[in-house]
Design a protein around this ligand. Structure first.
Ligand SMILES: Cc1cc2nc3c(=O)[nH]c(=O)nc-3n(C[C@H](O)[C@H](O)[C@H](O)COP(=O)(O)O)c2cc1C
Length: 326
């Protein structure tokens, strides 16, 4: 059975996006944006901010578990924060060893830790020992920092540290988000370790998924930007792999999804922020829908959330060309 995970994406995938995308029934679990652990033991409200689903049993509104992701370099502090997340009801703790951000890497966290597999081992071991045995601990890594020399050593370190699961974004930190993703390395990791593994990187279409599955041999996949560009991608993959049939979303369905997204932003009055989020999503939709180009141009300068909602909702009910011409 194919297992699909909605990728953690800082500034892009918050609880609202998790709710909207997991409601299709395509995803089996989600992971929060990273919580940066550098000096503090965070109070509960910080975890609730990143993961409001902790208030509903650690699950999305449609019932998919949401793992809490931590990123940091200090094993003890990571462990202490993981304990708090577990006490608050996190169904799992995921540790980020893949973030390429310069600020983060200056302070030795995220992908820079991949330069030395011992870093991974010590952090995972500390977290694994600290949180209750029934809470799974997982790690998300890349194939390396500057090169792929340590890709197997890093994967072995994750397993030796006691993680139950590993997700591998099939690129190095230096490769950033540039295609291709090197799925062939995932097959080699699978031969080396016995914990379960999720393949990640550059799955934009059902065809990409099939190629990734064939090359990596994995049965679990994490969808990142592809799930934003084509919001029903996970559900289409489930359909193709024997799940219930799915009627592909058309452009008006996507516009309606944007309206619902705006409506979920009830906790902020900041119009610019709301409009910014819609534009950010719309920019990625250009990859999945021909109509998104014109629509993006149409809304680019709009900062009034009510006006934006009106335009989205009108366009959802009329052919996009009419709206663009008005
Ligand atoms: C805007 C953005 C934010 C991201 N934030 C995180 C994060 O918080 N934690 C993490 O582990 N990965 C993060 N990632 C990496 C994604 O989870 C994923 O590994 C990457 O995008 C590759 O998958 P894709 O090619 O399907 O997009 C981020 C990626 C993007 C584009």
């Amino acid at each position: 059975m194919t297992h699909l995970v909605l990728a953690p994406m800082e500034g892009l995938v918050d609880w609202r996006v998790r709710q909207l995308l997991s409601a299709t029934g395509g995803f089996d679990h989600c992971v929060t944006e990273f919580i940066r652990v550098s000096q503090n033991l965070f109070p509960a409200h910080v975890f609730y901010r990143y993961c409001p689903e902790l208030m509903t049993g650690g699950k999305t509104a449609s019932g998919q578990p949401v793992l809490v992701q931590l990123m940091g370099h200090d094993p003890q502090l990571m462990a202490e924060n993981a304990v708090v997340a577990a006490q608050l009801g996190a169904p799992g703790i995921d540790i980020n060893f893949g973030c390429p951000s310069k600020t983060v890497n200056r302070h030795e966290a995220g992908a820079s830790l991949l330069k030395c597999p011992d870093n991974l081992f010590h952090i995972i071991r500390a977290v694994r020992r600290a949180v209750p045995a029934d809470i799974p601990v997982s790690a998300k890594i890349r194939l390396g920092y500057a090169d792929k020399e340590l890709f197997l050593d890093n994967a072995r370190a994750v397993e030796a540290g006691g993680a139950q699961h590993i997700t591998v974004h099939a690129r190095t930190k230096m490769e950033g988000y540039k295609p291709p993703a090197h799925w062939e390395y995932l097959a080699r990791i699978r031969e080396e370790i016995s914990i379960t593994m999720t393949a990640n990187g550059e799955i934009w279409t059902v065809e990409d998924f099939i190629r990734c599955r064939d090359i990596s041999g994995c049965s679990s996949f994490m969808l990142g930007r592809g799930a934003i560009a084509t919001p029903d991608l996970a559900r289409k993959i489930k359909d193709r792999t024997g799940g219930p049939a799915w009627k592909t979303w058309q452009w008006p369905d996507i516009l309606q999804l944007m309206v619902t997204y705006l409506d979920l932003m009830v906790d902020t009055d900041n119009d610019e922020h709301k409009a910014g989020r819609i534009k950010q999503w719309m920019a990625l939709l250009r990859r999945g829908y021909a109509e998104a180009d014109d629509f993006f141009a149409l809304i680019r300068r709009i900062t009034d959330a009510n006006m934006l909602r009106q335009i989205l909702s009108d366009a959802a009910q009329h052919p996009p060309k009419q709206i663009a011409a008005e």
